[in-house]
Design a protein around this ligand. Structure first.
Ligand SMILES: [Fe+2]
Ligand SMILES: [Fe+2]
Length: 302
């Protein structure tokens, strides 16, 4: 992969996952009790560094992204800004909302860029990789101490593992693209990863809803079951069944998207009782949107 394709792939990957990473740090920071103020500070510092790099990615993104990625709702949704404002008000953490506004303003219109643009993107990726390795170290340190019962955080250990998996997945993609060895990776392998992510999202939601939210709990439970089955099916499937499997995964993920969308709306409108902050539901929605785009892209070839 080189030239325009390398640039587009890098920018889209960083716009999606860079934001996901900084939100993981927000979720960690607001879930840590005050006795761990050094960890809160560390999460906040990493988050700020990610925001700076994301701003740099954004500054060169106009005109270099696909229409599909901009339409998918994987970078920001119409709820993101409100969710960020609410989380700032409720938890007192600072979130760079200019970043969100600029992302909402992205278009496919071309802008002139300076010489050796590809080299610049390569360098930017390298700097993101360095920061990402610090983020991974931080998450590992927290998980390790939580599992030894030496640190308290109001997050399930499974959710900490989940956000670590996402960081490692992002790192691997970045390293591959830098080495220019992005091959048409087996789509089913990627679907296994995303089905696992979707199943866990349903399980986390299930566990964070107020016990009185019986209908939503039931739906979350059904979604978790669906993705558990699809995960198994996808893992065992032969390559020649990829189209059929992907169609099934797409249908389920569209259901997930619908569920996430009503959760964001309900939580923002204060109509759902839960321990879920609005930015977390919006975050889950964007991950579903990204998966849907990957599936649709593949299904074009079917
Ligand atoms: Fe995530
Ligand atoms: Fe996730």
């Amino acid at each position: 992969m080189k030239g325009k394709e390398f640039i587009r792939f890098s920018l889209e990957l960083n716009l999606f996952f860079g934001r996901i990473m900084k939100e993981h740090l927000i979720f960690m920071a607001i879930a840590l009790p005050i006795i761990n103020s050094d960890y809160i500070l560390e999460a906040d510092t990493l988050k700020r560094s990610l925001e700076e790099l994301l701003m740099e990615v954004l500054s060169i993104s106009k005109g270099n992204l696909s229409k599909e990625s901009l339409d998918s709702g994987e970078f920001v949704t119409k709820y993101t800004l409100d969710a960020e404002k609410k989380v700032e008000d409720l938890y007192g953490i600072c979130i760079d909302k200019e970043l969100t506004k600029s992302t909402l303003d992205l278009t496919i219109e071309k802008e002139d860029h300076f010489y050796n643009f590809e080299g610049y993107v390569y360098d930017l990726n390298r700097r993101i990789i360095n920061l990402l390795m610090d983020v991974i170290k931080f998450k590992e340190k927290v998980i390790d101490e939580v599992l030894k019962c030496e640190l308290a955080i109001f997050m399930y250990p499974e959710m900490l593992e989940h956000i670590l998996e996402e960081a490692k997945f992002y790192l691997k993609l970045l390293l591959d693209i830098q080495d220019k060895n992005i091959t048409e990776e087996d789509i089913l392998k990627r679907e296994v990863f995303w089905n696992y992510i979707m199943e866990e999202h349903a399980l986390f939601t299930l566990g964070l809803l107020d016990p009185s939210e019986e209908d939503l709990i039931k739906t979350a439970h059904e979604l978790a079951k669906t993705f558990e089955e699809l995960l198994k099916k996808t893992r065992e499937a032969d390559k020649d069944k990829a189209c059929e499997i992907s169609r099934g995964n797409l249908k389920a993920t569209e259901g997930m998207k619908e569920f996430n969308t009503s959760a964001v709306k309900g939580i923002l409108a204060c109509e759902i009782k839960s321990l879920i902050n609005p930015l977390l539901t919006d975050h889950l929605l964007r991950e579903a949107n990204r998966y849907i785009r990957i599936l649709n892209e593949f299904l074009k070839e079917c």
